[in-house]
Design a protein around this ligand. Structure first.
Ligand code: GDD
Length: 393
């Protein structure tokens, strides 16, 4: 893959926030050592495949159409470990069973291994209780429902499987070729990084919508525009310079090194993506002390790479968008490093968009937080999880 070197970077303590990088060539062949332009980097197929073999791709899913899930599976490069974490209904139709069958059938054809696990599996909850990972459990003692919780289970499985990197791809993507591109971008970003603490986020070139006159290739989703604006205000407040660097505040498609992933605190549900950024700034922004000195010494990099493929996914309606906006902005609002000025702006935005319920007029609800998993004993987890998960062959 040929893509931009980072051209513009905001430095925030030990964190480097790179501006959006473009892809020039999706497949640049094997690296033949031929020089390319000074501002473009060539990541050869050999390097990409090597990183894919060290990467798990987590697909969180909740009742998505099987046809879409199968398409997503077909787009994931063969050498990645696929991990599906499902929160699909078990009744009246056992949708999880159907997902499991579809995965097994797919793997029979392609000869690949994969995990599939239901997030509300009682055995899983029991193990997590035993290893003391209580912040992921709800009042009923079961793993809480929510996309973030699914992603965290996926990260634990990735760590358990000895992977170095973990990427996330939603199950409701209509274009398998786009899925393939996301993973190639993840691997290329990792190959370019200067630190073991790396995050690569996908910036979609277009998110097409169906309008009266046909397809409209819009650049921004309604949620991401608002989230990015407030994340940028947060950065600007501390640097003293206005910035538009953050363009991927809500990007569900992103990857991290497990070295970084295991240090972060996560926000529940759909607030997970913006809060990953906020938590990196909290932990490694130099504003408040951290116990993770190695990451401070080596630095944390956040890359944002623009795809060539447009992003076509299921449209889930206005209530869903509202939940995402309130969750996203709530995660910034309640941050320890969010200054009063940015809080005011967030409240104004939420009120002007009529996003807050009667009882929330004073402030948006604080999202539930999930602790870092660095100290969770994944070996203990492995013993019990092997019974509950399906290692499809
Ligand atoms: N395991 C699990 N558990 N998966 C879930 C859950 C859950 O409780 N809730 C949703 N998912 C899965 C969905 O099935 C889908 O594959 C993925 O998580 C994303 O959820 P959607 O409900 O489809 O969200 P979206 O497409 O509107 O929003 C996505 O894109 C946003 C950026 O535009 C999400 O990835 C957001 O997190 C992201 O901010």
């Amino acid at each position: 893959m040929k893509l931009d070197l980072p051209r513009y970077t905001e430095r925030f303590g030990a964190t480097s926030l790179h501006g959006v990088q473009r892809v020039y060539e999706l497949d640049s062949g094997f690296d033949d050592g031929r020089p390319v332009s000074e501002s473009i980097v060539n990541i050869g197929n050999n390097q990409i495949v090597d990183i894919e073999g060290r990467m798990a791709i987590v697909i969180p899913t909740k009742g998505e159409r099987l046809r879409l899930l199968e398409g997503v599976l077909s787009g994931i490069p063969h050498d990645c470990l696929t991990i599906i974490i499902s929160n699909s209904p078990r009744q009246p139709v056992d949708r999880y069973k159907l997902e499991k069958e579809a995965l097994q059938q797919f793997n029979r054809f392609v000869g690949r291994n994969a995990f599939i696990l239901h997030q509300r599996d009682p055995v899983l909850s029991e193990v997590l209780r035993d290893v003391g990972y209580n912040s992921i459990l709800g009042p009923d003692g079961m793993v809480r429902t929510g996309k973030a919780e699914g992603m965290l289970i996926g990260m634990l499985l990735a760590k358990m499987a000895g992977k170095e990197y973990v990427g996330f791809i939603d199950a409701d993507n209509y274009v398998p070729g786009a899925v393939n591109e996301y993973v190639k971008i993840f691997a290329s970003g990792i190959a370019m990084s200067q630190t073991p603490y790396i995050m690569v986020r996908i910036s979609w070139i277009y998110k097409p919508k169906i309008s009266e006159t046909g397809l409209y290739f819009s650049k921004w989703g309604r949620v991401s525009e608002t989230t990015n604006q407030h994340l940028n205000s947060l950065v600007s407040y501390y640097t003293g310079f206005e910035t538009e660097v953050m363009r991927t505040g809500n990007s569900g498609e992103h990857c991290m090194s497990l070295k970084l992933a295991e240090l972060l605190t996560y926000s529940s549900g759909y607030a997970i993506e913006p809060y990953e950024i906020v938590n990196i700034l909290e932990e490694f922004g130099g504003i408040i002390p951290t116990v993770n000195q190695d990451a401070m010494d080596k630095g944390v990099e956040i890359m944002q790479v623009e795809t060539r493929n447009p992003h076509f996914h299921e449209d889930k309606g206005d209530d869903h968008l509202k939940e995402m906006v309130v969750g996203s902005l709530g995660s910034i609002y309640h941050s320890k490093i969010c200054p009063p000025k940015v809080r005011e702006k967030i409240l104004e935005a939420l009120r002007s968009k009529n996003m807050l319920e009667e009882s929330q007029q004073q402030e948006p609800p604080a999202p539930h937080k999930i602790d870092p998993f660095k100290d969770i004993d994944v070996r203990q987890l492995a013993k019990v999880l092997s019974k509950a998960s399906t290692y499809a062959q």
